[in-house]
Design a protein around this ligand. Sequence first.
Ligand code: PMP
Length: 409
Amino acid sequence: MDSKFLKIRNDFPILNQKINNERLVYLDNAATSQKPQAVIDEIVRYYQNDNANTHRSVHTLGERATEEYEAARGKVQRFINAKESREIIFTQGTTDSLNLVASTYGEENISAGDEIVVSYMEHHSNLIPWQQLALRKHAILKYIELTNDGRLDMDDAQKKITDKTKVVAIAHVSNVLGVTNDIKKMAQIAHIHNAVMVIDGAQAVPNQPVDVQALDADFYAFSGHKMLGPMGIGVLYGKNNLLNKMSPYQYGGEMINFVEKYQSTWADIPWKFEAGTQNVAGAIGLGKAIDYLTEIGMQNIANYEQKLVEYALPKLLNIPEITVYGPHSPKLHNGVISFNLKGLHPHDLATALDMDGVAVRAGHHCAQPLMKYLNVVATARASFYIYNTVDDVDQLIYAIQDAKEFFKV
Ligand code: PMP
């Protein structure tokens, strides 16, 4: 294993602790990542030295805060290869970004009888905004089926996306099944039918290189907190011709051009979509997280996580009482592994693993239609990030064996 990655753990102060007298093994990265000291320091530095409101004040602190906030936007632009920085809107997170698209673009472009296409593996964030829009507009919500091993059925996608489709909204990477979807192909299909392609990138941007131009994404959403940044900051990328035509999401300070008694005009993008005081420290912290990830290299991160999967997946599959959801071939599986231990509720399993210092998530993972599709109530989920190592995988396997013995599975 790459020795550089073995040292990364030292940059994360939270990992330097024991849980139930065991070394903490944090495998809940798909829920949120931990933060390196560099990001924590950057947020403190900003509040200690430069804090002011942005785009309002001509005094020095106001100018510094505005400069740093806009510099963070530039970092995001380069990180996902957007053509222009005005195509980057800061939001509260993926959920906020997707709600923005549904309640502006969706509200203005979907009519009765139009179709919106999602898949069975969507997180509620990329499902409920479209479901509720469809209900409001009397539009039709269609679901792309999955293959037996939990990948998107691309033949079904070809059938479901038609000239009636106005929006195709799909996760780039599933937060349950450990699959990366062929979102580029999906965008091609959507565009043949003049539909817009909305991509939920919450699980992709932290773990692999993402190029929104190469994908030909119309909208692309992700969260800062899953990629070493703080909570409460996220991004919506949108093609500028689409963003320019859309109405504002919220009304208030700083998103206007002129306000008169009975009418108003709007600021240019991206500020048209950033009403009120923004999470400036969050954006700057995210910028620092991007510096940190860029220094390691996103392709190196993807390769390293792949090695962890190649090590972990066969070990899990070797335990006869374990069911792994999603593809069983490590080549088709990324660093999110959902599983169940026969005869044990995943909450009990997660509690037992915690006794051995191992943090995994258990539940429906905000994907209830997927749980129903898989015919399970819930799963346990181990998800890897840059600071995890093969030792962490060994501790997970040890803890599962321990749980098996304890519960006499
Ligand atoms: N989509 C996916 C695929 C996710 O994994 C998550 C986070 N669990 C979200 C959307 C929502 O992200 P957030 O809670 O940061 O808005």
